[in-house]
Design a protein around this ligand. Structure first.
Ligand code: ZN
Length: 410
């Protein structure tokens, strides 16, 4: 083949590729369902100052980096779609060839306030940035950070993504009184996992779900403590498991967690506003799994709890005069939690978002039991979240055992 032929062939191929670029790509089922803007996963390299940023890990969110001074950078953080709830999530890694202090401006392209950065050198253990190093510049926040060769993770809230949550689910599903199951999959084919805790053939059910909203870490911490208490060794927990089956679906939106979303599924919708039409596979599979159990012969749903995070600690519930089975459970549960933790301030908001197609509203109207959204504050002390949630689980077990006509144990 002479040189001329090689060039001709190259030109032909280049022309063909250019022509193909304008043809619509065949849509796979998955790509067609993705309705959010995916962030490119990449490294931003500033060789003159030896500083690098990246978003190349599960749960990362960083959409752009621009150098604006010798040691100053502006970070762009976009939500996955608009309009969206103002709960901005960011997560990235930054490192420098030589130790230096940098100023990072957090530029959110949507309303909301960047949370005080949480810092980690291993992606597991973390500290909060000193509030003195977290300044206001116009409407943006600026963090002063000392960085060096060891990459530093910077997160809106502490890292608790797919890996640790899956490890926790693995451990729960292996308990002798647990049964694990895959109930469906997300748009990006991540399994939606359920496990059931119980040592009874009684079809008395408590349903617990979580992480419809990716940044809501304290909700996950609360859910884990709640479930760990039900799975624990206390006499109360053992008695409870002999009367009740607790069905747990801890991670309803795994794609959102993977992609560092502020709120949505990959389908671009708020999963907790889709519990009427069920256009998204994640809430659809979750509701179907719960309905199948709750509507099996002889079954009774006693309670549905969906764990979240927001600006404060609050239970969103039905009103006391709205009929539920068990009757008056919510009123008694709230009273028991207040009596147990007299110094702990939390709200109960009965009738919140009643017109919205949320999970709690679906649970109440479909299953007839109390449907409760349990929200922990983004900034509530983590040890307190664990303690209160464990206590709330114990008070729930006592009340439901009484309801089931069994002994609450010693
Ligand atoms: Zn939420």
């Amino acid at each position: 083949m002479n040189t001329h032929t090689v060039f001709a062939r190259r030109n032909f191929i280049a022309g063909l590729l250019a022509a193909l670029a304008f043809l619509p790509l065949p849509h796979t089922g998955r790509a067609a369902e993705i309705k959010v803007e995916l962030q490119p996963r990449r490294t931003w390299d500033f060789p003159k100052v030896g500083v690098k940023f990246n978003n190349e890990f599960s749960g990362a969110r960083l959409n752009g980096v621009e150098q604006t001074g010798d040691h100053e950078f502006t970070l762009t953080i976009n939500p996955e779609n608009r309009p969206i709830n103002t709960s901005p999530w960011y997560a990235f890694q930054v490192g420098a060839a030589e130790k230096q202090t940098v100023s990072l401006k957090f530029h959110l392209t949507y309303r909301g306030t960047a949370a005080l950065p949480k810092l980690s050198h291993d992606g597991v253990n973390w500290t909060r940035l000193d509030t003195n190093a977290w300044m206001l510049a116009g409407t943006n926040r600026v963090a002063k950070l000392t960085i060096g060769p060891r990459p530093l993770w910077v997160f809106a809230h502490e890292p608790f993504g797919l890996k640790p949550l899956n490890a926790w689910m693995d451990a729960k599903a292996k308990l002798p009184f647990a049964r694990g199951k895959i109930i469906g999959e997300s748009i990006e084919h991540r399994p939606l996992r359920q496990f059931t805790l119980g040592e009874t053939a009684n079809a008395n059910f408590v349903f617990i779900i979580g992480r419809q909203h990716p940044p809501e870490i304290t909700g996950t911490i609360g859910l884990m403590s709640f479930v760990d208490t039900i799975a624990g060794d206390s006499q109360l927990a053992r008695n409870f498991r002999k009367q009740f089956q607790t069905v747990v679906i801890p991670l309803v939106n795994p794609d959102g967690v993977e992609h560092g979303h502020w709120r949505s599924t990959l389908g671009g919708l708020d999963s907790n506003r889709d519990w009427a039409k069920f256009t998204q596979p994640e809430p659809r599979a979750t509701s179907r799994a719960i309905s199948a159990l709750a509507k099996s012969p002889g079954a009774r749903a006693f309670l549905f709890v969906d764990f979240h995070s927001t600006g404060e600690d609050v239970f969103y519930t039905q009103k006391d005069d709205e009929p539920t089975f068990p009757k008056d459970f919510t009123k008694q549960w709230m009273a028991a939690i207040r009596a147990r933790f007299p110094d702990y301030k939390f709200k109960r908001d009965a009738g919140h978002n009643v017109s919205q197609p949320t999970s709690k509203h679906w649970a109440w109207t479909t299953l007839g039991c109390p449907g409760i959204t349990y929200e922990f504050g983004y900034n509530t002390d983590r040890a307190l979240v664990r303690k209160i949630s464990a206590g709330a689980a114990e008070e729930m077990m006592k009340l439901l055992l009484k309801e089931a006509g069994a002994s609450a144990g010693k």
